[in-house]
Ligand binder design. Structure first.
Ligand code: C2E
Ligand code: CA
Ligand code: CA
Length: 578
């Protein structure tokens, strides 16, 4: 799919009313939809139209839907995802998964909910098929005279920013605009000639294209305005510091020299950043301010980055003090592990605990992991911290067992920064062995997006971990790629349904259907399912009726310090719902 083009969806369904309403819904969401009621024609259309997605009714007579799914997958070399519409029926669901369906749309979920999921899938396909960031270099030869002076590309970029702003308008997320230029570029041109200067800019763009990675959850774009100016758009931006993270990555990437015509050129850049909605609410002002900030960065000595507003810089300063004190937190024993019970839905017995870290800051009080884990990840501190959590949790689990309390599973969260470091399995194995706990009592929780960063690497890392005998869980499931069958490739044991689904199941019938679908699909993939964020008896009843295996949430207990967790496990204090 070329940028700006509408993704095409082929709908193969003999239920006319449903396909028409799905098609209308998809058009509203920016898709081009084409309806076919015949499997033969559908396969032909796959060849001609090269659709981005195919939606097939899994209940077409004589297994036609199932067969078509397999044929489309073969025809497109497994590239085009097929979604199957299926009823809440275990056998049909299993059949659809075995036919290679990418994901299932389980009835009676309504078409209105499907369009959003289809969009997620198309976007994720797009991301996984082009892991490198999206770049638009405006070639002087291919643009009009306006563009040659840089205006047109600026305008294109501003349009892109405006679209990015629209997407986050009603959320609490941020957008960052970054302006970058090459330090002393004029000198390169003057001393080595324009040809070398141009090649330098091309090599620089190429270095970004192949090496730049966007933080988790962030969609990034960069454009070359012509000359030595580049701009970046990060949207949505869950944490403002992610912009600094990208900026630092760029500065880091400039440290290696460029080899051009037997010259070794060291180039550096200066970067300015402005943030929506902190600095401005419109695209143009954001770009202007990013440029202003870039000049400040140059004043600071080049090879530097600056946020536009003073408040942003002071926030960076606060962060710096947090970073300094986090470095000392481990040795000062300010970190603690809390435990939250996982309860068997059927018996309401505690069968596991999840270890969740807390930072007891001497001046600021208890700091949530959501606040300091990103800093720990960025500074590399996550490694010693994560290893300390694992060791503490394993020792605690064994201590409970030795004192005669029930044998339970211990779940520990793994950060992406830990996952991508080489030698993870050996490191974790050494720690677990040191504590004396049997590895099969340990479960590592990883998120969906961590696995999808690079599927092949992910599979390899998980296989290494699996060989140790530990269990693996996918955390926050449903918030990212929404494709369960994709997970078939990973050796996982458990799926944790994100708590946003629990929050809404009592009010939103679509969330009820999606949760039901996830449970059915997970069970046919032989996965154990944990529902997170269970806060009410109604939610528990809903889960019980659908054979959900485990539940976790305030209904039973929030994460608590060791002594309270011990009391819960020993039955000295009852779970909150009893
Ligand atoms: P998570 O792994 O999804 O953990 C569940 C979060 O949901 C916890 O937040 C927990 O307190 C909260 N929670 C549990 N039950 C309920 C409920 O019924 N309702 C609501 N509204 N919330 C509930 P917490 O402890 O603040 O942790 C936040 C996140 O920080 C965790 O999300 C996890 O991603 C990360 N984290 C925590 N400890 C560690 C750690 O040791 N290592 C790493 N890498 N990440 C950690
Ligand atoms: Ca977790
Ligand atoms: Ca979670």
């Amino acid at each position: 799919m070329a940028p700006g083009e509408k993704p095409t969806v082929l709908i193969v369904d003999d239920d006319e009313a449903r396909s028409r309403s799905l098609s209308a819904e998809l058009e509203v969401h920016g898709f081009r939809a084409r309806i076919l009621d015949d499997d033969y024609a559908a396969l032909e259309a796959c060849r001609g139209l090269d659709p981005d997605l195919v939606v097939i009714n899994g209940s077409l007579p004589r297994r036609k839907g199932m067969d078509l799914c397999g044929a489309v997958r073969r025809e497109t070399h497994q590239l085009t995802p097929c979604l199957m519409i299926v009823p809440e029926d275990k056998d049909i669901i299993e059949d659809a998964i075995n036919s290679g369906a990418h994901d299932l749309l389980v009835l009676p979920e309504r078409c209105t909910a499907w369009a959003q999921r289809l969009r997620c899938i198309v976007q994720s396909q797009h991301r996984t098929s082009q892991a490198a960031p999206d770049v638009e270099v405006v070639e002087p030869s291919s643009v009009d005279s306006l563009a040659r002076s840089g205006f047109a590309s600026r305008r294109q970029f501003l349009q892109q920013v405006a679209t990015g702003l629209d997407r986050v308008r009603d959320t609490r997320q941020h957008v960052a605009v970054m302006f970058m230029d090459v330090d002393r570029f004029k000198q390169v041109n003057e001393s080595l000639g324009h040809a070398v200067g141009d090649t330098l800019l091309e090599s620089l763009a190429e270095r970004f294209r192949s090496g730049l990675t966007w933080p988790e959850g962030v969609e990034g774009h960069f454009v070359h305005f012509g000359g030595d100016e580049f701009a970046f758009l990060l949207t949505p931006l869950p944490h403002v510091q992610d912009a600094a993270k990208v900026g630092r990555q760029i500065l880091e990437m400039m440290k290696e020299p460029f080899e051009i015509d037997s010259h070794e050129i060291y180039a550096s850049v200066s970067i300015g950043i402005s943030i929506y909605p902190v600095d401005h609410l419109d695209a143009e002002s954001l770009l202007k301010s990013a440029e202003t900030a870039m000049y400040h960065a140059k004043e600071q000595g080049r090879s530097n980055l600056q946020f536009y507003s003073r408040s942003m810089n002071s926030m960076a300063f606060e962060r710096l003090t947090l970073e300094t004190s986090l470095r000392k937190a481990l040795e000062r024993e300010e970190l603690a592990v809390y435990y939250q019970p996982k309860v068997e839905v059927l018996t309401e017995r505690i069968v596991g605990m999840e270890a969740l870290i807390r930072w007891n800051h001497p001046d600021l009080g208890i700091i949530s992991p959501n606040q300091f884990i990103p800093i720990a990840e960025e500074t590399g501190l996550i490694e010693p911290i994560g290893e300390w959590v694992l060791e503490t949790a394993c020792r605690q689990c064994l201590a409970w067992e030795k004192s005669g309390l029930p044998r339970i599973q211990m779940a520990v969260n793994l950060s992406v920064e830990q996952m991508i470091k080489p030698g993870l399995a050996q490191k974790l194995s050494r720690i677990i062995r040191r504590t004396g706990l049997t590895p099969n009592r340990v479960e590592l929780e990883l998120t969906e997006s961590m696995l999808m960063r690079n599927v092949d690497d992910g599979v390899r890392i998980l296989q290494d971990l699996k060989r140790l005998g530990i269990r693996l869980a996918v955390d926050d499931f449903g918030t990212g790629y929404s494709s369960l069958t994709y997970l078939k490739r990973f050796p996982i044991d458990t799926l944790k349904i994100d708590r946003t689904f629990m929050r809404d199941i009592m009010v939103d019938p679509d969330d009820r259907s999606i949760t039901t679908a996830i449970l059915l699909m997970a069970h046919s993939l032989r996965l154990e399912v944990v529902a997170e964020g269970v806060e009410s008896q109604e939610q528990l009843k809903f889960l019980r009726e659908r054979n959900c295996d485990l539940a976790q949430g305030y209904l039973f207990s929030p994460p608590v310090p060791t002594q309270e967790a011990t009391d819960l496990l020993a039955g000295r204090t009852a779970l909150a719902n009893c």
